[in-house]
Design a protein around this ligand. Structure first.
Ligand SMILES: [Zn+2]
Ligand SMILES: [Zn+2]
Length: 153
């Protein structure tokens, strides 16, 4: 498992390396359409170049989201490359993550990286037919006998 906090003080010359699971839960996400989390794996290497900490690696997540049309869960898997600086500055630049007193919190970074990649409107497929407005049946699975020219008045 990846540690919750990584101290960068007394930084070893050869750098730091971590690989393991990040145990974020469904509840840790603010977007309510996260259905389940199968795995989140992080591999990172931290190097110090002059006085700058450089973070390199990748994040691989396998999670499921609820489709916003048919409400069925569907897999949303991503592999995200990581190449960032770590900065003490409270308002870090676009390509940097925030550290405080040489303490880096990888879970916060993982949350941010996944959250920023979550879709505004999750769809199981671009062609998802959604639910029938009359009977509530999932139109992807089977058609229903409801009149197709139905319009809400
Ligand atoms: Zn759908
Ligand atoms: Zn129907």
């Amino acid at each position: 498992m990846i540690p919750k906090v990584i101290s960068l003080s007394n930084f070893p010359k050869k750098g730091l390396y971590f690989k393991g699971d990040v145990p974020l839960s469904v509840e840790s996400f603010q977007k309510g359409y996260v259905h389940s989390i199968n795995s989140i794996v992080l591999e990172i290497e931290i190097k110090k170049v002059e006085k700058i900490f450089i973070l390199k690696g990748y994040l691989e997540e396998k999670i499921s989201l609820f489709c916003s049309r048919c409400l069925e869960p569907f897999p949303f898997n991503l592999k995200i490359d990581i190449f960032h600086r770590l900065e003490e500055n409270e308002d870090p630049e676009v390509d940097a993550f925030f550290i405080e007193n040489e303490i880096f919190k990888p879970y916060d970074m993982v949350y941010e990286l996944i959250d920023i990649n979550l879709p505004m409107k999750p769809l199981c497929s671009e062609n998802c037919k959604g639910l029938c407005p009359l009977c509530g049946g999932n139109l992807n699975i089977e058609g229903c006998d409801c009149p197709k020219n139905y319009k809400r008045s």
